[in-house]
Ligand binder design. Structure first.
Ligand code: ADP
Ligand code: ZN
Length: 291
């Protein structure tokens, strides 16, 4: 029997893991959803799933923070998460011990940026900044086909922004209070207004603040990274009026100083939707053996 090339991928989220096995064309042949509980429980199901296949490599896009520094003693670990049991978990080490195959390892948002860059809303652009505004806020960056890692990975959700003059909310980030995530994550919005984000009317003032802060943040990322495309997803962006308001606020914040691509091209919603995470992890698995 001819041996098939198979890749393994894990989208490791704080609520659920998606594990997939795909063929050489990255067509998924099997997939499973596993609840994120504690590592012993979740990872034993991960191990069982992949034990059915002989994959050549793995790609993992994980919730974080994670250690991506190859020189570090804790490379491949999930590091400081408040999520019960997962702090200092040696994710790459376990996969390597169990299967002995190369593991591509990055953040969930870096994985999504690679997927949107390759076959989504940033296809054809030379770079893709992917921002999620959901339970948390995070950004990932892909440039010329490579995910951006340096000493660590970006933590774009925790930058500081100017407070809106009418905004008295103290913020919800346990580390920084009113950093970007502390002001615009889904839970921050709910804490501020007292009802679920999805139930807040489009004309509520909170959306003016959210657009104001996201506009400033994307202006800052534009100044630092000068990406060709910005893709902005996550549950909060399901508010359909928000994208145009964010675009306006990016323009206001930059005040004409840098030339951007046309704004509707520059800032887009994701194209891959729920598939971005697992697609990115598969691409990473493939890159890991081709590199
Ligand atoms: P995660 O970040 O856990 O991957 P999501 O990206 O789906 O998940 O984000 C979940 C967050 O998005 C929750 O805080 C939820 O309240 C918020 N959310 C979901 N839908 C909407 C909506 N239509 N409007 C505003 N907030 C929403
Ligand atoms: Zn913060």
């Amino acid at each position: 029997m001819e041996a098939r090339t198979l890749y393994g991928a894990i989208e490791a989220g704080g609520t659920k893991f998606i594990c997939a096995v795909a063929d050489a064309d990255l067509q998924i042949i099997d997939q499973v959803r596993i609840d994120t509980t504690v590592p012993a429980e979740t990872m034993s199901q991960v191990k069982d799933f992949f034990s059915q296949y002989e994959v050549v490599s793995f790609g993992v896009g994980s919730f974080g923070p994670i250690d991506v520094n190859h020189d570090s003693d804790t490379y491949g670990f999930i590091t400081k998460t408040p999520k019960q049991g997962w702090a200092n978990y040696d994710f790459v080490g376990d996969l390597t011990r169990w299967f002995g195959k190369p593991v591509g390892w990055t953040t969930d948002v870096n994985g999504a940026s690679l997927a949107e860059y390759t076959s989504g809303a940033a296809e054809g652009a030379n770079s893709c900044l992917y921002l999620t505004v959901g339970t948390g806020v995070g950004g990932g960056f892909t440039i010329n086909g490579d995910i951006y890692h340096a000493f660590g990975h970006p933590e774009m959700g925790h930058i500081h922004v100017h407070k809106h003059p009418n905004d008295t909310f103290e913020g919800a980030c346990p580390f920084h209070g009113d950093c970007l995530e502390g002001l615009v994550s889904g839970p921050a919005i709910e804490k501020r207004v007292g009802i679920k984000g999805a139930d807040i009317s489009p004309d509520h003032e909170v959306w003016d603040y959210v657009a104001y802060y996201l506009g400033q943040a994307i202006a800052s990322y534009s100044l630092v990274l000068a990406p060709e495309r910005v893709v902005i997803g996550g549950g909060v962006m399901h508010q359909e009026h928000l994208l145009d308001r964010v675009k306006e606020q990016v323009i206001v914040a930059l005040n004409g100083y840098v030339t951007l691509p046309p704004i509707d091209q520059y800032i887009q919603l994701p194209k891959l939707g729920d598939n971005a995470g697992i697609t990115g992890a598969l691409l990473l698995a493939k890159d890991t053996v081709e590199a």
